[in-house]
Design a protein around this ligand. Structure first.
Ligand SMILES: Cc1ncc(COP(=O)(O)O)c(C=O)c1O
Length: 341
């Protein structure tokens, strides 16, 4: 099994300029606030870098994960085109809850398809937002297909999916645009770009936003490290193969990262501009959840995977050399969810 990928030249790639118009919309939403960027001096010492900071997404617009940044902007755009439409999606958890919350906010119905591995309590939280929850005896990739088929059955339904495939790219791109808000906030909080950004990866849409943002024209081009569960490393496997590869998935504590197929829109961006990728085990991530908790940061497994990933990268001399960080490097970990509901 491949557990590491490095392509230092990808740092030099320049992306087209990014659309940051979601930021003004987010500012207009109830509960919007810049989330904390927390300094972790003990982690900086452990990792042998100048500064380590964690972007704490444990409370974002009233929900315990960053996903609502993308869902809110995409739902807003979709409902402008299809006023009153029933919003449909499939989810590992956070995205579906965010779409359900937005449907309630905009006063429309939502139907959310969930895979068999989802915990009952997660499905109940989505239902508690007022959505119809449809549980399927299949994995995430198949749940996405089922949601797309259901949405296509009626003009009164609109799919709001956070992964792209051939013929379905516009909505996922709005979702990626929505994530830009988080990255702008980090640069504002730091007063500039970090040297290394560590991003947890499911289908790769958040990582697409990170690569687009940090490879935009005129940007300083920091290193981007993608982190996935070793049981669902579709982006790492695809990068190593040089083409999209679907991997079988099972269960992992990193529920939000449990995806077997890279988003079709994320893939070309990752391939061109992502310079490193690592896979981590459930045990490494459990340790990271506990360690961040002890440092006062509420970080669920899909968020704390970034600490596990940067450890797995920087503790290995060859990987460390490939990342080519300065001695006083500033490292930002995107902790994309809290360790609570
Ligand atoms: C908490 C959390 N972090 C990271 C991700 C990964 O995002 P993406 O699927 O865009 O790679 C997800 C996806 O659901 C998530 O819920």
């Amino acid at each position: 099994m491949v557990t590491w990928y490095s392509s230092p030249s990808a740092r030099a790639w320049t992306a087209p300029s990014v659309d940051v118009s979601a930021r003004a919309f987010h500012r207009s939403m109830p509960g919007y606030a810049v989330t904390p960027l927390v300094e972790l001096p003990t982690s900086a010492d452990e990792l042998g870098v100048g500064r380590a900071l964690v972007k704490d997404e444990s409370l974002r617009m009233g929900l315990p994960a960053f996903k609502v940044l993308g869902a809110s902007w995409a739902c807003h755009q979709v409902l402008k085109r299809h006023p009153g439409a029933e919003l449909v999606t499939a989810t590992d958890g956070n995205h579906g809850r965010a779409v359900a919350r937005m449907a309630r906010h905009f006063g429309v119905a939502a139907t959310v398809f969930v895979p068999e591995v989802m915990l009952d309590e997660t499905a109940e939280l989505i239902g508690a937002e007022g959505a119809e929850v449809v549980r399927l005896e299949v994995g995430y990739d198949h749940a996405v297909r089922a949601a797309a088929e259901y949405a296509a059955e009626s003009d009164g339904r609109a799919l709001v999916q956070d992964t792209a495939w051939e013929g379905y790219t516009e909505v996922p791109e709005w979702i990626v645009d929505g994530y830009q808000t988080l990255l702008e906030e980090v640069d504002e909080q730091l007063g500039g770009a970090p040297h290394l950004v560590v991003v947890p990866v499911g289908v790769g849409s958040l990582a697409e936003a990170v690569v687009q943002y940090h490879r935009r024209p005129g940007a300083p081009h920091p290193s981007v490290l993608s982190v996935e569960p070793d049981t669902a490393a579709c982006v790492l496997t695809s990068l190593a193969a040089g083409e999209p590869v679907t991997v079988p998935t099972g269960s992992t504590v990193m529920a939000g990262l449990n995806c077997g197929t890279v988003s079709a829109s994320a893939w070309p961006v990752q391939r061109a501009g992502c310079d490193s990728a690592v896979a981590v085990t459930d045990n490494e991530t459990r340790q990271a959840v506990a360690d961040l908790g002890a440092l006062g940061v509420s970080s669920g497994p899909s968020g704390a995977a970034t600490l596990a990933g940067v450890r797995a990268a920087l503790a290995n001399p060859a990987r460390r050399t490939a990342l080519d960080l300065p001695g006083d490097a500033v490292v930002v970990l995107l902790s994309t969810e809290g360790n609570h509901r």
